[in-house]
Write a protein that binds this ligand. Structure first.
Ligand code: NAD
Length: 454
């Protein structure tokens, strides 16, 4: 009989990582389970052009493996019962109530999953933490398994490092796979699965706590670089320097490198904010308030980055947006994903709506329903969703590029500027457009990190 894996959670991580694993390991039987029936139904629909998540290249692999080595189901208990290994990829948002609210991770889903495993797992089972969780969570799991189950359960920590938008590539060729645990045989068993497609030297073995802590801190370091470069972009604008030139020089230093040095309106996505908050909470918990304040400042700068963009746009539009039409280009927190969680676009659009602006929002992948949910506006006419990009520029006072989707790099600026109300403004918060071309067409252009003083 083939080796059976049950993955609890059919979200971004569970869905995409199991699709790639199934493709590389046709000998496995992988069942991805979730309580969310709608999600499971869409993963099961081969004809559906829209999977629950959008990742370039994922649909093709999904078609290849669905019903062969990969299955999706809502029957959580059944597939736990049959599994040799159970992976936990449930969501771990920030706590909103009670002790640690606003910082600590809410582990309700982890605990629920663990209790279900304790009740239904049969025989020797390896349980793998794949969600991002605070260090020492495995202690909680061990407590639940000791009390509720007499079965032989081994716990491993194997955090997922993929990034949305490049998930398929990240999963097929990961920089590293990290496996923490205290049972050598269990570690070898999981490593053996990854070895089907990941070179052995990229599979790192650590103790449980190092693996749990490494994921949170990796995200904190990435978020810190974005916050840092955004402060330098503001300094460039005030001093006449150009962020491109400055980051090129910084990135050329091999100790620093080029990645995560692009200035923008601040980081978003489901992970960085909640993981940084969780790190802050853990630092307090372990009696390190100064360290907590240090990491909190990375978040403070991110909030500042978003607010700075809104404020400067309002100021350039004569400090009033009342009745003005603004075209919003991009709503997802980065291109090549349909995820808008924690996107800077949410705060920036909300600021514009508070000022009385009329927004025409375009995004190639974000759904209208998700944007509706994220924004709260009183008047229904103040937000429109226009899939016809060209016509959305008619009578617009400004356009704001918030996500660098490739489609926006190919727009006919000459035509668009002729549709807009003069003096038309264009705000490039990602610094991706051709400045010379836009200025040629008489558009007022502001690009992040470009100093005006020469
Ligand atoms: P998600 O919200 O997309 O998916 C989580 C899924 O788990 C949901 O479909 C939910 O219905 C399901 N679920 C929750 N509790 C359950 C239970 N008890 N039984 C069955 N199903 C249950 O979340 P995600 O983006 O995939 O993230 C999952 C974890 O991985 C988080 O800890 C996150 O921090 C981490 N992570 C996310 C990313 C990313 O880019 N999204 C990358 C690396 C790590």
């Amino acid at each position: 009989m083939s080796y059976r894996i049950c993955c609890i959670g059919a979200g971004y991580v569970g869905g995409s990582s199991m699709i790639v694993m199934a493709d590389s390991c046709p000998g496995l039987q992988i069942n991805v389970v979730d309580h969310d029936k709608q999600r499971i139904d869409s993963w099961n629909n081969l004809m559906a052009k829209d999977l629950p998540i959008y990742e370039p290249g994922l649909d093709e692999i999904h078609k290849r493996v669905l019903g062969k080595s990969l299955f999706f189901s809502t029957d959580v208990e059944l597939y736990i019962k049959n599994a040799d290994m159970v992976l936990i990829t449930v969501n771990t948002p920030t706590k909103v109530n009670g002790h640690g609210a606003g910082e600590a991770a809410d582990l309700t889903n982890i605990e629920l999953a663990a209790r279900t495993i304790a009740e239904f797992a049969r025989g020797t089972t390896i349980v793998v933490e794949r969600s991002t969780i605070p260090v020492r969570t495995a202690d909680v799991l061990k407590g639940i398994f000791r009390k509720n189950s007499s079965e032989n359960i081994h716990i491993l920590s194997n955090p997922e490092f993929m990034a949305e938008g490049s998930a398929v590539q990240d999963l097929i060729a990961p920089d590293r796979v990290l496996i923490g645990g205290d049972d050598q045989r269990a570690i070898d068993e999981l490593a053996g699965i990854y070895q089907h497609w990941v070179p052995s030297e990229r599979i790192l073995r650590t103790n449980l706590w190092s693996a749990e802590l490494a994921k949170l801190t990796a995200n904190a370091f990435l978020a810190q670089r974005i916050s840092s470069v955004n402060t330098i972009a503001a300094l460039c604008e005030s001093s006449g320097a150009h962020i491109d030139e400055v980051t090129q020089a910084i990135g050329a230093d091999h100790r620093i490198g080029h990645n995560f040095l692009r200035a923008g309106p601040g980081f978003g996505g489901s992970c960085f904010r909640k993981d940084l908050l969780n790190l802050v909470y853990l630092c307090h918990y372990f009696g390190l308030p100064d360290v907590a304040n240090y990491w909190r400042s990375v978040l403070t700068i991110n909030d500042w980055s978003r607010a700075r963009i809104s404020e400067l746009i309002i100021k350039k539009l004569f400090s009033t947006l009342c009745g003005k039409k603004i075209v919003i280009l991009g709503f997802t927190f980065k291109p090549h994903t349909n995820d808008i969680r924690e996107s800077p676009a949410i705060n920036i659009c909300q600021d514009f709506l508070d000022e009385g602006a009329m927004l025409s929002i375009h995004d190639p992948m974000a759904t209208i329903e998700s944007i509706h949910q994220a924004l709260s506006w009183q008047s229904p006419s103040s937000v429109t969703f226009n899939q016809d990009l060209i016509s959305s520029f008619r009578e617009a006072d400004a356009a704001v590029l918030l996500t660098e989707w490739p489609i926006y790099l190919k727009l006919d600026w000459k035509l668009l500027s002729s549709y807009m109300r003069s003096p038309a403004w264009f705000f490039d918060t990602r610094n991706v457009l051709n400045r010379a071309e836009l200025e040629n067409y008489g558009l007022n252009l502001w690009s992040i990190g470009f100093g005006g003083i020469h």
